[in-house]
Design a protein around this ligand. Structure first.
Ligand code: UT7
Length: 343
């Protein structure tokens, strides 16, 4: 009988990338009937970054990945797989991960995308962790990368003010579990309830791809691509409830008290949603990673960008307990627990 070593997944490199162009609330107010005051009060957003005309999601992902590799002291030759969480792939196919692999100069190792919208990174971390524990890979690049500005209706003030572009990445490494050296991924919980699918969506831009009556209702914006549609206040209510539940669930599952959490690293949709989750966990807001004010909602990139932010500020200390959570279209939501093991 084969003997398997027990493996633990560690985060050994962190990176992020934001496109240069910054779109402030004031500038946005000249494009659509909104105001800096409304956006700040209702969402906490002050500005967002917007991808350049000649950039793609894969470019953002590759830049974030380069920084994460450098941080880990590795090159692409040390990597066994690339997983890109994205809702805004460069193309329908091939995967954005395969394009990122090529842009990084990698070859011959697996690369694939996952799609769980704003929960993509949290889903990806759970998936890759499971594969690494199972001995499938030693080192994986996990990237969340989005160009949400490409799927927004810039005439719709109820959605276009909320999103931004960017990418975050982590290098994950499987190490033999050591009972004397606590650290690394603890575990995850994931959920999806497709009965909520119509509250937040971007319909397909190709009429032939959507069967039946939906085809007649396709929203195609001026650029001829799909656009985000959202029933904001209904999404808000469910998000607050489900995130409150899922953070409790992941703590119960792994026998951890909420007072043990050092950092909440949440999906950055709306400062009021972040605050509600922190309140539920009885956490001070200075223990929460916040980027929504500068990045807005970057979908699957928001959690790794928030992680990158507190990491680069030197706030993460060896042995600290991090709770990641996210909620988005599907609805799909989830949470991961990680004990920080990087010096
Ligand atoms: O990441 C995926 C998950 N997404 C989310 O979690 C987003 C969840 N939802 C939200 O964050 C909030 O619901 C929004 C920020 C989208 C909206 O905030 P709200 O407090 O729920 O506002 P509302 O949709 O109820 O709209 C209130 C008013 C409306 O006007 P009336 O009908 O009261 O006259 C809207 O027309 O605000 C108006 N409005 C705006 N006004 C100025 C909506 N968008 C804007 C805008 N500027 N950009």
């Amino acid at each position: 009988m084969a003997l398997y070593k027990e493996m633990t997944t560690h985060m050994i490199g962190v990176g992020g990338y934001l496109p240069e162009r910054v779109l402030s609330n004031d500038e946005l107010s000249t494009m659509v009937a909104t105001s800096d005051e409304w956006i700040r009060e209702r969402t906490g957003i002050c500005q967002r970054h917007i991808i350049a005309k000649d950039q793609y999601t894969s470019d953002l992902g590759a830049e974030a990945a380069k920084q994460a590799l450098q941080d880990a002291g590795l090159t692409i030759d040390d990597i066994d797989a690339i997983v890109v969480a994205t809702t805004t792939p460069d193309l329908i196919f091939p995967s954005t991960a395969s394009i990122v692999q090529h842009k990084l100069g990698g070859k011959d190792f697996p690369a694939w995308d996952i799609q769980a919208v704003c929960s993509g990174f949290v889903y990806g971390l759970a998936q890759v962790d499971g594969m690494m524990r199972g001995g499938m890979f030693n080192r994986v690049l996990l990237i969340g990368a989005e160009s949400m500005s490409r799927i927004l209706d810039w005439q719709d003030r109820s959605t276009c003010v909320l999103f931004g572009d960017g990418a975050g990445a982590v290098v994950l490494e499987a190490r033999e579990s050591d009972p004397n050296h606590e650290g690394g991924m603890i575990g995850s919980v994931l959920h999806c309830d497709g009965s909520y699918r119509n509250l937040l969506m971007a319909k397909h831009s190709h009429p032939g791809a959507v069967p039946g009556e939906d085809a007649a209702n396709l929203y195609i914006d001026s650029a001829g691509v799909a656009a985000v549609e959202m029933k904001g206040n209904e999404v808000f209510r469910v998000a607050v409830t489900k995130l409150g539940e899922v953070v409790g669930e992941v703590l119960d599952k792994y026998g951890i008290k909420q007072s043990e959490i050092d950092w909440l690293v949440p999906h950055q949709a709306n400062i009021r949603i972040l605050q509600a989750t922190a309140k539920k966990l009885k956490m001070n807001q200075d223990r929460m990673a916040v980027t929504v004010d500068r990045h807005a909602n970057t979908s699957s990139a928001s959690v790794p960008l928030a992680l990158n932010h507190i990491y680069r500020e030197g706030k993460l200390k060896l042995g600290q307990l991090l709770l990641f959570e996210a909620f988005g279209g599907g609805f799909a939501w989830g949470a991961n627990l990680v004990r920080w093991s990087k010096d």
